[in-house]
Design a protein around this ligand. Structure first.
Ligand code: GLN
Length: 304
C-alpha cells in the first residue's frame, strides 16, 4: 500500500518531537499508563492494513466509545433522537456544564459528556441488558469477541466522576434523563472504559468508511444516511473546542478520547487509529493530532 512509507516516515518524525502534553490524571487509573507509548494502525476497506509502534497494546478508548453508543442508539430510535440532542459544535470543553442551562437540558451534541450521558439513558431504555448488549454490538461490528470493558478504569472514574454526576443530575432536572441517574452513569462509565489496541479500533470503525456496512459480511450496521450523519458530527464535534482545528489541519471526521486515542475516517477508503497518551490542553492527544495532520498533508488524502 502506498500509505505505508508515509506512515513509517511520519511516525519516526512525530515520535521524536517534543511533546509538552500531559497524561489525563483526573481518572486516576489512566495516569498509570506509560506516557511514551505511540502506536498507529490503518485498516482500509480493500483490506490493505498496516500498523507501526505500539499498535498491539490495548488502551482505554474513553470518549471514542461515544461514537459507537450513538451509532447503536440512532439506529434503534431513528430521527426522533434529535429531539433530545443537538447537532451543533459546543465550542466548550468536553465536560462543560455551562450551555445546558440555556439549552434547557438538551446537550449541544452527542459527543460532549452531557450528550453521551443522554445517549446512555436512551440505550438503557431500549436494551434489555444494556452493558452486555452494547458490548455484543461492539464485538459484532468487527467480529472480535476479545473486546471488553475495564472494570478498574470504570471503578476509578466512578469514584472521581463528580462532574459527570452533576451533569447527569442537571439534565435529569430538565426531564431529559428518563432512568435513575446512578444506572445511567454506571453504564456511561462502563462504555468509556472499553479497551482496544489501534488495530482493533481501526477495524471496529471501518463500517463508517463503508457507508455503514460491515466490511466482513457486507451486513448493514447503519443506513447510508445515518453513517453520513455520524461522520459529519465527528467532523464538526469530535474534538470539542478543538474540532475546528482538527478539521482545518487534518480534514477528516474523527473522535478523540482522554486515554490518548484518536480515530479518523476517510469515507470509501480507510479508518486510522493513533494512540499517544499525552494530551494537549484541550484534552486531545498531542502527537495523535500532529501525526494525522502530517499524514493527510503528505498523502494528500482528506475529504477536502
Ligand atoms: N470518561 C471520560 C469523562 O467522562 C471521557 C472524556 C473524554 O474522553 N474526552 O470525562
Amino acid at each position: 500500500m502506498n500509505f505505508k512509507k508515509i506512515i513509517q516516515e511520519t511516525y519516526q518524525e512525530v515520535k521524536s518531537i517534543d511533546d509538552n502534553g500531559k497524561v489525563a490524571s483526573y481518572i486516576p487509573e489512566l495516569a498509570c499508563i506509560n506516557s511514551e507509548k505511540f502506536g498507529i494502525h490503518i485498516s482500509s476497506i480493500n483490506n490493505d492494513n498496516f500498523g507501526i509502534g505500539d499498535y498491539k497494546d490495548q488502551f482505554s478508548i474513553q470518549s471514542i466509545a461515544k461514537v459507537l453508543a450513538l451509532s447503536l442508539a440512532y439506529h434503534i430510535v431513528g430521527e426522533k433522537i434529535w429531539e433530545r440532542l443537538g447537532v451543533e459544535p459546543s465550542g466548550t470543553a468536553f465536560n462543560s456544564l455551562v450551555q445546558l442551562e440555556a439549552n434547557k437540558g438538551i446537550p449541544r451534541n452527542p459527543f460532549v459528556n452531557a450528550g453521551a450521558i443522554v445517549i446512555s439513558d436512551i440505550l438503557i431504555s431500549n436494551l434489555k441488558n444494556p452493558k452486555e448488549d452494547f458490548l455484543a454490538f461492539v464485538r459484532s461490528i468487527s467480529n472480535n469477541s476479545e473486546l471488553n470493558y475495564s472494570a478498574e478504569v470504570a471503578a476509578s472514574e466512578k469514584k472521581t466522576g463528580f462532574l459527570n454526576i452533576a451533569l447527569c443530575n442537571f439534565i435529569k432536572s430538565f426531564g431529559n434523563i428518563k432512568n435513575d441517574p446512578s444506572d445511567v452513569l454506571d453504564f456511561y462509565f462502563d462504555l468509556c472504559s472499553l479497551e482496544m489496541n489501534c488495530k482493533e479500533l481501526s477495524e471496529v470503525f471501518l463500517f463508517l468508511a463503508n457507508n455503514g456496512n460491515s466490511t466482513i459480511d457486507n451486513n448493514s450496521i447503519l443506513t447510508n444516511s445515518e453513517s453520513k450523519r455520524i461522520n459529519s458530527l465527528m467532523l464538526t464535534c469530535g474534538f470539542y473546542d478543538e474540532s475546528g482545528e482538527f478539521a482545518f489541519k487534518v480534514g477528516l471526521p474523527g473522535k478523540s478520547g482522554v486515554g490518548g486515542g484518536i480515530i479518523a475516517v476517510l469515507p470509501d477508503q480507510y479508518a486510522i487509529a493513533v494512540w499517544s497518551p499525552k494530551l494537549n490542553e484541550k484534552g486531545n492527544s498531542f502527537k495523535g493530532m500532529k501525526f494525522l495532520e502530517e499524514f493527510t498533508t503528505k498523502s494528500d488524502l482528506s475529504i477536502f
